[in-house]
Design a protein around this ligand. Structure first.
Ligand code: HEC
Ligand code: HEC
Length: 329
């Protein structure tokens, strides 16, 4: 081979590889767009939320006086400060009196885009959900709605905050308005990730390993359940379709509907921010994301993922974290 031909040939193959990988990335982007979409600009219902209403909701969300002994707020279990991703990273959370709840705390980030709330979907939207923990005996433990309303109405700071949030109402401090205002604040908890940038056309947003993980996520058929803008949060599925979940103590939707076909049926979790919300599953039993991915393959798809495939999928899941919160690879 001549002296000039060899480098020329190497240059050509080099360019060819770069071109081929750019083309693969574009193909992957198109494939991904068939299953997922970037986070919408606004959560359903946000169009009527005023700054005053959101400010009131933020105040209520972090106020421990909404609990029986002034120790616990929504933020105790769903912290948003100190780089926390809207949950406490405990398997199960202690309530106001220290009693542990029976399920793992999900994140509040992006929650309002889901089709239903709670692991079993028993709340229809954010406001319906927000009214429940305050009266839950093992969470915030208030005895009834009226006690909460009377407690807040005794405080001038709340009388004025409710007046500005509900300027047209003669009795702005109601239990429904408390839940409604908290929901308005939660509608601002939108978290965008590098995966959104990728779906919007930025080829550099995911690295090679994350792109491989995305490809595997689609090819292994995780997208059968985890798809759409939240990569989940749109349907109920039986947990353990092929191999049983380690525990059947919590029967999921069956606890609500009492229908046989709802045994072990749970809401398909949204995987946005999943790398930040350890431990995983409704009982917080998976302590590594790799274990959770491997179990999902076995339980939901009857596939045995190889360690390097699991590693790539975990890398992809990391790209679903909020950009300000993510721990970069
Ligand atoms: C003691 C801890 C604790 C407190 C306090 C608490 N939560 Fe939760 N939260 C949980 C747990 C546990 C679940 C899941 C329960 C279930 O699915 O049965 C949950 C579920 C949720 C969900 C549903 C998320 C999803 O993806 O389905 C939202 C939203 C939420 N909480 C918001 C709030 C708000 C608002 C408050 C305050 C009014 C609050 N939480 C107080 C522990 C807590
Ligand atoms: C047949 C539907 C289905 C398929 C397919 C599926 N999942 Fe899931 N996934 C679920 C359900 C339901 C849950 C909620 C589990 C629970 O209640 O503990 C879940 C939960 C998860 C969780 C834990 C989320 C959390 O916050 O605790 C991860 C991670 C996950 N899935 C990843 C995957 C991966 C990766 C694949 C593909 C290998 C996959 N899933 C395939 C239905 C499915």
């Amino acid at each position: 081979m001549s002296r000039t031909l060899l480098p020329a040939l190497l240059l050509c193959t080099g360019l060819f590889t770069i071109n081929a990988s750019a083309e693969n990335t574009e193909r992957l982007m198109r494939k991904a767009s068939r299953h997922f979409s970037p986070l919408p600009a606004e959560m359903p219902g946000a169009e009527n939320d005023t700054p005053e209403l959101i400010a009131l909701g933020r105040k209520l969300y972090s106020d421990p006086r909404l609990s029986i002994n002034d120790t616990q707020s929504c933020a105790s279990c769903h912290p948003l400060d100190n780089q926390r991703a809207g949950m406490d990273n405990l398997p199960r959370s202690p309530g106001a009196e220290g009693t542990l709840g029976n399920r793992n705390t999900p994140t509040v980030l992006n929650a309002g885009w889901q089709f239903a709330l709670f692991w079993d979907g028993r709340a229809k939207d954010l406001a319906d959900q927000a009214g429940q923990p305050i009266l839950n005996p093992i969470e915030m433990g208030m005895p009834d709605q009226q006690t909460v309303v009377v407690k807040l109405a005794a405080l001038e700071e709340y009388r004025s905050a409710f007046r500005s949030a509900y300027p047209d109402s003669d009795t702005p401090i109601t239990y429904a308005n408390i839940a409604h205002a908290i929901a308005a604040f939660e509608r601002t908890l939108r978290s965008e990730s590098r995966f959104d940038d990728f779906l919007s056309g930025d080829k550099e947003a995911l690295n090679a390993r994350e792109r491989n993980g995305l490809n595997l996520f689609i090819r292994s058929n995780c997208v059968r359940c985890h798809d759409g803008p939240l990569i989940g949060g749109t349907l109920y599925e039986k947990l353990g379709a092929y191999a049983p979940f380690h525990s059947s103590e919590d029967q999921g939707r069956f606890e609500i509907t009492k229908k046989e076909e709802d045994r072990m049926v749970f809401k398909v979790a949204s995987l946005r921010n999943v790398a930040l919300t350890a431990p995983w599953f409704h009982d917080g039993s998976a302590t590594s994301l790799a274990d959770a991915v491997q179990l999902m393959g076995r339980m939901q798809l009857d596939v045995e993922l190889k360690p390097e495939e699991i590693g790539d999928i975990v890398a992809f899941l990391g790209s679903l974290s909020d950009k300000a919160l993510e721990i970069r690879p």
